[in-house]
Design a protein around this ligand. Structure first.
Ligand SMILES: Cc1cc2nc3c(=O)[nH]c(=O)nc-3n(C[C@H](O)[C@H](O)[C@H](O)COP(=O)(O)O)c2cc1C
Length: 210
């Protein structure tokens, strides 16, 4: 019997089997992030004449899993629309001038707003931010108003900034790179400030305490 294909909605990893894996070996999210794509029309690259399969050495995925991350609410705006999503892929690239990079799944509503306006807010979560991860990371702003009941203010560039964060940045897209399932946006940092002196939340801390 043909096995099912499961796609990680965070990083795009494809798992073949009767059930999704407990943990994504690439980005570490749990099985609830996997969607059944068995019946999906194969992506253009899948439908192309068979190319030699790259056999990823088994060690790469567990090694990737050891990269440390923080957790952030990445927001954007377009006209009267605002949205935000949880992200771990936020990296400082340079400090003078300040630039950061973010990796955002192309299917996310936040991606749509970022591409439309070029504006991004980054709220750096503290160690009490579990509910914010759940609110912004497990459903799309296309189906729910994720800012309902959330305290935030509008930053100088127009993006939402959460009140409950340890620090924030505002940025404008300077460059972007197509990375398959994701877009890597390089942001010029326009503004930023500390909000509290609490410890920031790491992905490892979230996983250990969720
Ligand atoms: C812990 C955690 C980390 C995540 N990291 C990312 C990330 O780095 N990039 C990304 O595109 N999605 C990431 N996601 C998934 C998005 O937050 C999720 O798909 C969200 O529902 C997208 O919402 P939107 O459609 O409203 O933009 C993460 C989710 C969680 C829970």
């Amino acid at each position: 019997m043909e096995q099912k294909r499961w796609r990680c909605t965070v990083c795009g990893y494809i798992h073949v089997g009767d059930t999704p894996p407990e943990v994504c070996p690439v980005c570490g999210v749990d099985s609830s992030f996997f969607e059944d794509v068995t019946d999906d029309t194969p992506a253009a690259e899948d439908a192309a004449p068979p190319a030699p399969k790259v056999d990823i050495p088994r060690g790469i995925k567990p090694a990737l899993f050891k990269i440390s991350y923080g957790l952030y609410i990445v927001t954007s705006v377009n006209g009267d629309k605002i949205n935000g999503q949880c992200a771990n892929t936020v990296f400082q690239i340079t400090s003078e001038p300040a630039t950061v990079a973010i990796g955002i799944n192309k299917s996310n509503y936040t991606h749509e707003l970022i591409q439309a306006s070029g504006l991004v807010g980054i709220s750096i979560l503290g160690q009490q931010g579990h509910d914010l991860v759940r609110n912004f990371g497990y459903r799309s702003g296309r189906e729910a108003d994720k800012f309902a009941g959330i305290s935030y203010h509008t930053g100088g560039s127009g993006v939402p900034i959460l009140e409950n964060c340890v620090a924030f940045l505002e940025g404008k897209v300077a460059q972007q790179m197509d990375c398959g399932t994701h877009t890597l946006f390089l942001l010029d940092v326009l503004a930023g400030d500390l909000v509290s002196d609490s410890e920031p939340m790491t992905y490892a801390y979230f996983r250990a305490t969720k």
